[in-house]
Design a protein around this ligand. Structure first.
Ligand SMILES: Nc1ncnc2c1ncn2[C@@H]1O[C@H](COP(=O)(O)OP(=O)(O)OP(=O)(O)O)[C@@H](O)[C@H]1O
Ligand SMILES: [Mg+2]
Length: 626
């Protein structure tokens, strides 16, 4: 760099700043003075183009009006390098005084290359550095500060550390100019002028956000929506939902994690609502396009409300949603499938959805002995249970009820026979009988339609089925119902000889609130069977069009093998350190999680986009709450 470089720069003062701020630059002592003088002269002459602040620095407009405005320039003083190894990348920018208060960590910036390409980057560090070698830890300095309670911006350099995200370039494919992105493979020029990214197309391309897909929320930085010059000024974040680039991400599974009251259910309703819009269909193996069914397990009796419109959603907001192509309003085709347990009743006052009671036929245990195993059978006892159930169902067929099974186990002749043939030891037989007797009565074979005969109610293309469990008597009973229905659905989805063609041939989003209660890792037969079933379901999900949508406040409790299959993670406010680290998201997102306000969340979906921060819609798209 030589002094001549500055000659054709109009803004002499800015240049002087930059040059002086550049520690690597050794100009002759007189050089700076000359430039500064020139600036002073310009001002003294009443240069009308220079809007001068009281501190003598020029202020640059930073309104996101889409004009070409800069916030600073790339500096080479501490190195200017892009590297394959992110740790060795050094991109630092000098931020001019007028812009210092408005730049924020996480903001997106554009740095032009001399040709048409642009480097899209993110601010990852902000610092004041010394402009002059002076000691500000002195009596005089401190006293001065204490008296005037401000300081001279010009005494300091304000530096922003940048992380390159991608190179943006125009491509002339098919006669149309298309903005594309590629990995950062070139270094921008020293002195390049930084601009805030305020163009929706550039930001979406830079962050690799799909144009189309399922709406999750609006892009934000530090809790503020990113604004552009366009209408609407916000940037919609969507999750890819077609087969153009891989599989729809819904079938690669979603996690919604957040502490109590962080807005999980509100956000989940808004997302599930999008899956239930008429236009959304997925191709099946036979070539038909079919709308997905949403089946939602509902521990707090909140989701059947999705049947109804949100009375707080007004006309203005509705028009905004229309403009942004976001589906809203109650889902007429909602059924609440009510678990029937003797001695309990479902009040379900908060909604007007249709209700159908169902029961779990004991015959379901034939293929799923773990349903009656409770939590503490060892392998030996479990295989004894299996033997007993097989024998029982051979004898009674589909008429084999829980009551009958208890009578069956009471037969001393059976116990003796199995003991003598060496198939089930007496003590094992007794242990199993005790466990089977201990399962809550009033669950199996109640006076309601068996769930196995309700497959057309359970799964309906374009319909929402909610299974409330709040009214049930104990967590064990809730677990029994949830796991029985979920595995019935999963088994049919994965089977080559399904009991229900309806289930097999409909795309299904299986939503589970408080998922940690059902999918926790534990050293029991039941947990092992359940976890391996859900892991299998998750792995086969893409092929079978089965998407898991798990909602939890304790993500650390969800079994690892299931967790690993969850591709898209939405993390709302979480306070617990274990919970935060368990969601396994990039550190820059992780550090934001404890500060998220209601409805704010980060999205980590590596096959969809760069990691981002979002603000969800503040109004629920269907009814939520009283
Ligand atoms: N984005 C948002 N904007 C404004 N209010 C919101 C937002 N999200 C949620 N809320 C409100 O905050 C409250 C709690 O939200 P929600 O029920 O979704 O939380 P949750 O995480 O599911 O809580 P819980 O742990 O009790 O299940 C509700 O009254 C809801 O309407
Ligand atoms: Mg909730």
């Amino acid at each position: 760099m030589t002094l001549e470089d500055f000659n054709d720069v109009v803004d002499a003062e800015e240049t002087a700043d930059d040059a002086a701020g550049d520690a690597g630059y050794t100009a002759p002592a007189g050089g700076n003075a000359a430039d500064a003088d020139a600036a002073d002269t310009a001002r003294a002459a009443g240069d009308p183009s220079a809007t001068t602040e009281s501190n003598g620095f020029e202020r640059f407009a930073v309104e996101p009006s889409g004009e070409d405005v800069g916030i600073g320039t790339l500096s080479v003083s501490q190195g200017l390098r892009v590297s394959e190894d992110g740790d060795e990348t050094t991109l630092r920018a000098f931020v001019t005084t007028g812009n210092r208060d408005s730049v924020r960590l996480g903001s997106y910036l554009l740095v032009p290359y001399p040709d048409d390409e642009t480097l899209f980057c993110r601010i990852v560090g902000l610092e004041y550095a010394q402009e002059f070698h002076a000691d500000d830890a002195t009596e005089i300095h401190a006293r001065r500060m204490m008296r005037q309670s401000s300081f001279e911006e010009r005494d300091y350099k304000f530096m922003a550390a940048l992380e390159p995200v991608a190179v943006l370039y125009e491509d002339d494919a098919n006669g149309e100019r298309e903005l594309k992105r590629r990995m950062t493979d070139r270094v921008p020029k020293p002195g390049a002028v930084l601009q805030e990214a305020t163009d929706s197309r550039e930001i979406k391309t830079g962050l690799n956000i799909p144009e189309e897909g399922v709406f999750l929320g609006h892009l934000s930085v530090g809790g503020e929506k990113v604004r552009t010059a366009a209408t609407p000024p916000t940037i919609d974040y969507r999750i890819a939902d077609d087969y153009d680039s891989g599989d729809p991400l819904v079938f690669r599974h979603t996690l919604v994690a957040g502490g109590t009251g962080s807005g999980k259910t509100h956000a989940s309703k808004n997302i599930l609502r999008q899956y239930l819009r008429d236009e959304r269909t997925y191709p099946m193996d036979d070539g038909r396009r079919v709308q997905p069914a949403v089946v939602q397990f509902d521990p707090q009796d909140e989701y059947a409300q999705m049947h109804d419109d949100n009375p707080e959603l007004d006309g203005d907001f509705a028009r905004q949603l229309d403009r942004e192509d976001i589906a809203y309003g109650g889902i007429d085709d909602t059924i609440a499938l009510i678990p029937t347990e003797a001695g309990t009743s479902y009040a379900g006052e908060g909604h007007r959805a249709e209700r159908i009671g169902f029961t779990i036929p004991f015959s379901m245990t034939k293929r799923r002995p773990w349903l009656v195993a409770g939590s503490s059978l060892n392998e030996n006892q479990y295989s004894a249970l299996d033997t007993l159930l097989r024998r029982f169902f051979r004898q009674y067929g589909a008429k084999g009820t829980y009551e009958r099974f208890l009578t069956f186990l009471d037969d001393p002749a059976l116990k003796e026979e199995l003991n003598e043939s060496g198939r089930v030891h007496e003590a094992t037989f007794d242990a199993v009988t005790r466990r089977v007797r201990a399962i809550p009565s009033g669950v199996f074979d109640q006076s309601a339609t068996p769930i196995t005969e309700l497959d057309h109610q359970l799964v309906r293309p374009g319909g929402l089925t909610v299974i409330p469990t709040y009214h049930l008597s104990s967590s064990r009973v809730k677990e029994l119902f949830v796991l029985a229905v979920a595995t019935y659905l999963i088994d049919d989805k994965l089977s080559n000889t399904p009991d229900s063609d309806r289930i097999k041939e409909t795309p299904v989003v299986l939503g589970m609130d408080e998922a940690h209660n059902f999918l926790a890792d534990a050293d029991t037969v039941q947990a092992r069977k359940v976890i391996s079933k859900f892991t299998e379901a998750a792995k086969q999900g893409r092929k079978e069009r089965l998407g898991l949508f798990l909602i939890t406040q304790d993500p650390q409790d969800i079994a690892d093998s299931v967790f690993k299959q969850l591709n898209t993670k939405l993390v709302l406010n979480l306070g617990d350190d274990d919970a935060i680290s368990s969601v396994n998201i990039p550190p820059n997102l992780q550090s934001k999680v404890p500060y998220m306000e209601k409805g704010q969340f980060v999205v980590y979906s590596p096959d969809n986009s760069e990691p981002v921060e979002l603000i969800g819609l503040s109004t629920c798209l269907t009814r939520h709450g009283s």
